[in-house]
Ligand binder design. Sequence first.
Ligand SMILES: C[S@@+](CC[C@H](N)C(=O)[O-])C[C@H]1O[C@@H](n2cnc3c(N)ncnc32)[C@H](O)[C@@H]1O
Length: 166
Amino acid sequence: MLTDEETFKKDVLSRIPLRSEPPLHPNWLHLEMIERFRVLRFAPIKPGMNVLEIGCGAHALTTVPLAYLVGETGRVVAVDLSRWRFFEEITSAAGLKRRIIPLKADARELPFPFKAFDLAVLVHGVRSLKNEKTMVRVFSEMLRVAEKVSIAESPPHSQQRASGTP
Ligand SMILES: C[S@@+](CC[C@H](N)C(=O)[O-])C[C@H]1O[C@@H](n2cnc3c(N)ncnc32)[C@H](O)[C@@H]1O
């Protein structure tokens, strides 16, 4: 008598061909952070700045180079709605945790009543904003709470574009 899991494997999984997609490069986390570091060179970041980061994500890919670039006296308030899984582990390992204040919040309604930041940044996160209305709300909030705003986004992968464009 087969168990449910064995039946699932036999009747369902056995129909799906195995895929041999290349695994992630072992160095992918560093490579992604280097890419963010290069992107951030286009933002007007100076040591000592108080920076707001929108949509920091679970791996702190932008947060780490940002915290490095603001220097010992700078601060990064890193906002995300929900994705924090590796954030503390990575920012601690980077030796930059003291410069970073994680904040679980919805960027459509930031909890700052006035311009509290020198700069607000959003790197490769526009793609995660739900729709155009959300984008406009988030950009407006960034402009409301920061003196300057820097937004960077890369085009979707060819596969995403192919499936998303009629
Ligand atoms: C693509 S991910 C991480 C991007 C990251 N900055 C990077 O450099 O790769 C974008 C993040 O935006 C967050 N996000 C989406 N909508 C949001 C919102 N309304 N407020 C705050 N964070 C949001 C998601 O939870 C996700 O972690």
